[in-house]
Design a protein around this ligand. Sequence first.
Ligand code: CO
Length: 139
Amino acid sequence: MILGRLNHIGVATPSNERLIDSYRTLLRANIIGEPFDLPAQGVKVRFIDAPNTQIELIEPYDDSSPLAGFLRRNPAGGQHHVCFEVPDIHAVVADLKAKGATVLGEPRIGAHGTPIVFVHSKDMGGVLVELMETPRGDD
Ligand code: CO
């Protein structure tokens, strides 16, 4: 495995719509994706495009969301994860596990429609790291 492109930075917020307003008004962000839900992951998602990456806004889908605990500790929201692309998620998971890293769950389909996993922040200097398989035809 070779570390790939920074795909996005995940930001948890109690309200995607309010934070979109901040990005529009304060930073003049003008390329903002349509909202969509990932109920299986417990989140509502909006992407904001920057020239070299994206910001992924994530809001709890409901009270059972894994994000609910994060927002109890950080009521205003905050930086939640960084996401790097990798060529083959299953090979990466096997490699990580062989090295003793804590991989959270099995590969599953993420916000970009390709398989993702998370690596525990305790292995990564306190930063939760998402790895996503590089979308096909997107290099
Ligand atoms: Co993400």
